[in-house]
Design a protein around this ligand. Structure first.
Ligand SMILES: NC(=O)c1ccc[n+]([C@@H]2O[C@H](COP(=O)([O-])OP(=O)(O)OC[C@H]3O[C@@H](n4cnc5c(N)ncnc54)[C@H](O)[C@@H]3O)[C@@H](O)[C@H]2O)c1
Ligand SMILES: N[C@@H](CC=O)C(=O)O
Length: 443
């Protein structure tokens, strides 16, 4: 689809907003719950579609559908808890009311790495608030989005309330620009690369549009001397290799204190060798291919740059071409130095790097030495250290002795160049409502 189709979708969403905004919270809660029920009932088919279009192993696709559905369930409940305030007035004849209203048409641009959950996290909140949506899924994963839309209409979400614009790569930029600049669109929420996020930020400036940005991360994963190696290895594997490393909150830099370095590295190497990579529909496969050639080239070149500059691959370090052209071996690099790309860039692939440090302050300093601030992780059994480090880390989300932090109940989002706003939790609705102060005089 292209800009003309987008124009049609925006007009349909604006038209549908005229009535959807006046539905009661209870009605919206009901219809979202119906959608959730259908998404649950069709969960295996959606997982199969996702695996077919993205290569994600079925076991991960199933987990994502459960995860994505839980946002629709959560926001079906939250719809009825969007509360205003009655404020104490300084003048007896005046009353002050603060109400929250839906912003209008919300444009949602989503990535390929979580084709269902990233739509669910945005659309669930928008629809609960009383907004209508125009969703532009990533070019690699349009079918999951269309399946969700099919079920949305079956669930009774009225025509025009939830619209999908699919596109190829060539049309993504013009569709994005159109959504940013169209005055009928009240707000835009984007998950994807920092480069595109910055472009959308600039494009939205002309109309001072409401903006939510979930951008790239560069998560440190610190293992302190006080850590439990077993727990740290388990968390490291989950955080790094989930979705073949193509996750914005994936651990990107392992920082390991000198006293625990050898035992952590040995344990990590053993577990990485056990990862079963292959075609997503094969039983037992836990890790699939990279999404496309661009991702494959990016991952290969980042690793090659590190190897050329003296890093050592304890596991992997090359493509797994016998499995297919987009497979890259789970990799562990040591002797990583500041002059290597992998030290600074978000790899977005199955590549773990380890840097050794001595003192706690040094570990924290390296962890914070990035312009990104999405997630950060650390492992320690020392309670005082838990408080010191979680306060000191410059990130929107911190996992303490935990490698998987995403859940609809908690606010997801970053600081610094990792984005604006929060998704999920009760804060997730804020992007889709505005506060209106109503002053009633002469009472
Ligand atoms: N934060 C995340 O969850 C996330 C997700 C995907 C990719 N990434 C990062 O981005 C890198 C590149 O991946 P990518 O190229 O698919 O991400 P991307 O940011 O280019 O794509 C994400 C979405 O934005 C759309 N898009 C692309 N260019 C656009 C434009 N000019 N205007 C409006 N929309 C546009 C795409 O069609 C897709 O829907 C990855 O290596 C990774 O570092 C991050
Ligand atoms: N992995 C994130 C989304 C971005 O990649 C999540 O856990 O929700």
């Amino acid at each position: 689809m292209g800009v003309e189709d987008t124009e049609g979708a925006v007009k349909a969403a604006a038209e549908a907003f005229k009535t959807w905004q006046f539905t009661t919270a209870k009605q919206r809660a009901h219809v979202l719950r119906q959608w959730y029920n259908l998404l649950e009932a069709n969960h295996e088919s959606i997982a199969e579609i996702m695996t077919a279009e993205s290569g994600k192993p079925l076991v991960e696709s199933r987990a994502e559908v459960i995860y994505g559905n839980s946002f629709i369930e959560w926001f079906s409940e939250e719809a009825r808890r969007i509360q205003g305030e009655i404020v104490q007035s300084p003048i007896p004849t005046k009353k002050i009311m603060v109400v929250k209203q839906p912003i209008g048409v919300a444009a949602l641009i989503t990535p390929w790495n979580f084709p269902h959950a990233m739509i669910a996290r945005k659309a669930g909140a928008a629809l609960a608030a009383g907004c209508t949506c125009v969703v532009k899924p990533a070019e690699d994963t349009p079918l999951t989005a269309l399946a969700m839309a099919h079920l949305a209409h079956e669930a009774g979400i009225p025509k025009g309330v939830f619209n999908i614009i699919t596109s190829d790569r060539a049309n993504a930029a013009s569709i994005g620009k159109y959504l940013c600049e169209n005055p009928l669109v009240a707000g835009l929420s984007f998950t994807g690369s920092t480069a595109v996020g910055k472009l959308l930020y600039r494009q939205c400036a002309s109309g001072i549009k409401r903006l939510g940005l979930e951008l790239g991360g560069n998560a440190p994963f610190i293992v302190f001397n006080s850590a439990n190696v077993e727990k740290a290895t388990k968390g490291a594997l989950a955080s790094k290799f989930r979705n073949c490393g193509q996750t914005c909150v994936a651990a990107n830099r392992f920082l390991v204190q000198d006293g625990i370095y050898d035992s952590f590295v040995n344990s990590f190497v053993g577990h990485i060798k056990d990862i079963k990579m292959g075609e997503g529909t094969q039983p037992g496969v836990t890790t699939g291919p990279l999404i496309n050639h661009a991702q494959f080239e990016k991952v290969s070149s980042i690793v090659q740059d590190a190897l050329d500059k003296g890093a050592k691959a304890l596991v992997g370090g090359k493509s797994a071409s016998s499995l297919g052209e987009l497979f890259y071996e789970p990799t562990l690099l040591i002797d990583v130095k500041e002059n290597m790309r992998v030290y600074h860039e978000e790899v977005f692939g199955p590549v773990a790097t380890i840097v050794k440090f001595k003192a706690e302050e040094e570990g924290l300093k390296i962890a914070n030495a990035t312009e990104r601030g999405l997630a950060a992780y650390f492992y320690t059994e020392d309670v005082a250290q838990m408080f010191r480090i979680s306060q000191g880390l410059e990130a929107g989300m911190v996992g303490v002795n935990e490698g998987i932090i995403s859940t609809p109940e908690a606010p997801f989002g970053g600081i610094k160049e990792s984005g604006l706003g929060r998704e999920g939790s009760h804060h997730g609705i804020e992007d889709y409502t505005y506060i209106k102060y109503v002053c009633v005089g002469n009472v």
